[in-house]
Ligand binder design. Structure first.
Ligand code: GLV
Ligand code: MN
Ligand code: MN
Length: 431
């Protein structure tokens, strides 16, 4: 077959650089099933089809682009050749006002790695023993429906489909309504053992989201770290929502002594979160989302939803921290004449990637990026959720600033290409 010339990953990313730009926040807002994210899915489908991958959307809305074994022209989902396949990929949705690389770098790098592998197969430099698929997982960030990694959680059976389908976005739309409007059948969503059986190993390439590759331990005399690292573990993390209820009222007529203002309680709670997490070694706790109801300048809110993100390597410590913060929230709310309700939205324990897959990735990556270290990450990933069901591993590409979930997230072109080379070698060794 005639092959496409190998596309630099930077050219693939350039093709989507205007999709989902957020003029108000800066960066990109690409919530799942928004026009922007649907455009990105179409872009992915077109790029995968150009590489003669056969693209399918499964019951959970995950896109799979299959490079079947030579001679297997069936393209059938149940083709035995697809069992135990090698899968790579990432996500295309973003946080509100996010960077260009979190998610799309992994997807674009997977396509660019397919180019290299197809060329090697054509030249006789690659013999495959299994099929390869590029997967795109929906709602990795949980920025629309609140639960991170919703697609991979549904696939892996890590969330009750009824709970997932009842989640609502900020406009009150349920996940069930939104997936139905996007051509999926809510009744078919949930754990999919056939799809899981098709994943022999999952390797996700991702932009590094901290300064892990720029620490003194790894940098050279010029202060430059290696371009790529192999993932070792994902920090345990979860999301909780405090709903603080008070008395909605008029900003001008309500005396300061007569108020039960949930916004004041929320402010005190946020400070308590910072102090409690700062006192616990290794803990990270964030309130990045506050939703006052009704949200008017001259209105004392009747309710404020405070979203809390807590992370710690030991899951028991995370649980104890949240319990402590809950106790503080109850005291703070009562003092303000408010009540508080706590809901756990999602929880993921600390994940150590599959040891054999990690070793294979280390050996492969060492050829292209000598000195590539093994790195733990504080960010969550679909590879972390899937680790409960199948062997998973990750590659991280250097981020000079260490900034992520921000328009300032950055990857140098040369590092992105080094990531593709490392991914292609790693996949080749696993094929
Ligand atoms: C996703 O990037 C997360 O860590 O929340
Ligand atoms: Mn992210
Ligand atoms: Mn991500």
């Amino acid at each position: 077959m005639d092959l496409l010339p190998a596309a630099p990953v930077t050219a693939l990313l350039a093709a989507i650089e205007d999709t989902g730009r957020d003029g108000r926040r800066g960066g990109y807002s690409r919530p799942v099933y928004s026009a922007a994210e649907r455009d990105l899915r179409e872009w992915f489908t077109a790029e995968a089809s150009r590489r003669r991958l056969s693209v399918e959307t499964d019951a959970n809305g995950i896109l799979w682009a299959w490079w079947d074994l030579p001679g297997d022209g069936s393209g059938s989902e149940s083709a035995p050749e697809r069992r135990g396949a090698l899968v790579t990929g990432s996500h295309l949705d973003s946080v509100p006002g996010g960077g260009a690389f979190d998610g799309p770098l992994g997807v674009a790098s997977a396509l660019a790695a397919v180019d290299l592998l197809q060329a090697r197969e054509k030249d006789g430099g690659l013999t495959r023993n299994r099929a390869l698929a590029v997967a795109v997982f929906p709602e990795e960030e949980g920025s629309r429906f609140g639960v991170a990694c919703l697609g991979s959680r549904l696939l892996a059976g890590a969330i009750d489909p009824a709970k997932a389908l009842s989640l609502r976005d900020a406009d009150g739309n349920t996940f069930a309504d939104v997936v139905r409007a996007n051509g999926l059948d809510p009744d078919l969503m949930g754990r999919d053992d056939d799809a899981l059986g098709r994943i022999g190993d999952f390797v996700e390439l991702h932009v590094e989201q901290g300064r892990g590759l720029n620490t003194e331990e790894f940098t050279d005399a010029a202060g430059r770290g290696p371009a790529v690292a192999v993932g070792g573990s994902i920090l345990g993390h979860g999301r909780w929502r405090f709903s603080i209820t008070g008395q909605g009222n008029h900003a001008g007529t309500t005396l300061m002594t007569d108020r039960a203002d949930p916004m004041v309680a929320a402010a005190q709670l946020i400070v308590a979160v910072r102090q409690t997490a700062a006192a616990q070694a290794g803990a990270r706790a964030t309130v990045g989302r506050l939703e006052p109801v009704p949200g008017g300048t001259n209105v004392i809110a009747s309710r404020v939803d405070v979203w809390l993100d807590v992370r710690h390597p030991e899951d028991a410590v995370t649980a104890a921290l949240v319990e402590k913060i809950h106790g503080q929230a109850q005291k703070i709310a009562a003092f303000e004449g408010c009540t508080v309700e706590l809901t756990e939205e999602s929880l993921s324990g600390t994940v150590h990637f599959d040891a054999a897959l990690q070793r294979s990735l280390e050996q492969s990556v060492a050829r292209t990026v000598p000195g590539a270290p093994v790195l733990a990450t504080g960010a969550g990933h679909d590879a972390g959720v899937l680790a409960a069901r199948v062997p998973t591993g990750m590659l991280f590409v250097r981020n000079p600033s260490g900034i992520s979930h921000s328009p300032e997230e950055y990857v140098e072109d040369a590092d992105a290409e080094a990531g593709v080379a490392a991914l292609a070698d790693a996949l080749q060794d696993l094929l």
